[in-house]
Design a protein around this ligand. Structure first.
Ligand SMILES: Cc1ncc(COP(=O)(O)O)c(C=O)c1O
Length: 399
């Protein structure tokens, strides 16, 4: 264990301030690297980060502001307000037909915090987490912060979309594998894991005593069905499954930092402790807004999905018409990944696109194995903005 060994320390550059070596070697997110560079360039159409261009709907904001003004400002239940936990139980029954015991539900400070809590439960130094990539990099970094190793299993990109070879996933697991981490719908790929594959992975994890961390943050952003397949419908209350979720995406609440997690009943006392020692619970006035989002937010979710579908169709059609571009069709979430013939270094390309074409995209190398030769574009915005971005891209790439 590196960190138990006090002689193994690193220092902050130019100081004698000692920190954990694991923290000293943390890499900067390559998405942030391009994004920060773009701060200084005027008139960039930024499609690099994972959020839409709509603010949180007024009825959700009003519920939170009223709670704030009425003095809902005290310490609260670690696992979330009972009212919000009940709203989450009702939501999962309505959406997936699953009946959750209240002990299995915790409100978290967004999806990122849910992911970190799940990993804190599971990962010790020297353990590994088998992770399907390309993927949003924060779960990888969180595993490394805890001293774990990430084993990347890349999806295959084809013209018809992304797919996962299950044999490859299972072969990557060994005696030190504590968890398999899967994000479906996927960021950055828009990949949707089919029901049969979810069942096979859940069965494998149950048999091998390996945790499954399922990131279902984009579960509502699907275009040919009402809701994405969920691991919750393949698992019982005692199975080794932790589902990470968030209010950020479907309700346009990225800045609120609110999410939730579902886990086996027996984990509840330990999770209560971890919540206490991490955040001591999420802001109660924000949670009032989140409860209203679940109860009254369906029309907004439907409208947002329609907006994303229009964005996706436009982007696929325009990219498809660009001679040097190869697109992998996304089934879900709000991203598209594409490669450009003759361009291997997508970090350099993303930087040139910012300064020369004034379009902000995320470099695929930010998302681990399998993403390196791609750029990621977030299409959760108006078609007018996307059209302008496509015009600029076309001029730059094919002009
Ligand atoms: C796959 C995935 N999971 C989790 C998150 C976390 O979202 P948040 O922390 O805003 O809830 C994101 C954010 O982009 C994501 O893309």
């Amino acid at each position: 264990m590196n960190d138990a060994n006090h002689s193994a320390r690193a220092v902050l550059p130019g100081t004698t301030l000692a920190i954990r070596p694991t923290i000293a070697t943390l890499r900067e997110s390559k998405i942030v690297e391009v994004w920060e560079m773009g701060f200084h360039v005027p008139d960039v159409i930024g499609l690099w980060v994972g959020e839409g261009d709509l603010p949180t709907p007024g009825f959700i904001c009003r519920a939170a502001s009223e709670a704030l003004l009425s003095g809902d400002t005290f310490y609260t239940h670690k696992r979330g307000l009972p009212e919000l936990r009940q709203a989450l139980i009702d939501y999962h029954r309505r959406l997936y037909g699953v009946e959750l015991d209240d002990r299995r539900v915790a409100v978290t400070s967004a999806g990122m915090n849910a992911m970190m809590l799940a990993l804190q439960v599971i990962v010790d130094a020297g353990d590994n987490v088998v992770t399907v990539t390309p993927v949003w990099p924060n779960g990888i970094a969180a595993t490394e912060i805890l001293g774990g190793e990430v084993r990347e299993v890349p999806l295959d990109a084809g013209a018809g979309g992304w797919s996962l070879d299950l044999d490859r996933l299972f072969a990557a697991c060994d005696a030190r594998t504590r968890a398999i981490a899967i994000a479906s719908p996927g960021n950055p790929t828009g990949w949707l894991m089919p029901d049969e594959q979810q069942q096979a992975v859940m069965d494998f994890c149950r048999k091998r005593g390996i945790w499954l961390i399922a990131d279902e943050v984009y579960g509502r952003l699907v275009y040919d069905r009402p809701v994405a397949p969920s691991f919750l419908t393949k698992a019982g209350p005692d199975d080794p499954l932790i589902v990470v979720n968030s209010f950020s995406k479907a309700w346009a609440m990225t800045g609120w930092r609110l999410g939730w997690m579902i886990y086996p009943t027996a984990l509840q006392p330990k999770l209560d402790q971890l919540l206490e020692y991490n955040t001591s619970g999420a802001q109660p006035f924000l949670q009032r807004g989140a409860a209203v989002a679940l109860g009254q937010g369906e029309p907004f979710v439907a409208e947002f999905v329609a907006r994303c579908r229009a964005g996706r169709d436009l982007v696929l059609q325009r990219l498809g018409g660009m001679g040097r571009v190869r697109v992998s069709r996304p089934d879900a979430a709000f991203y598209v990944m594409f490669s450009v013939d003759g361009e291997r270094d997508t970090l350099a390309l993303a930087k040139r696109l910012v300064t020369e074409a004034r379009v902000g995209l995320a470099p695929g190398a930010a998302f681990g194995a399998g993403g390196e030769t791609f750029l990621r574009l977030c299409y959760a915005c108006s078609t007018a903005r996307l059209s302008e971005a496509m015009d600029r891209l076309e001029r730059f790439l094919d002009g």
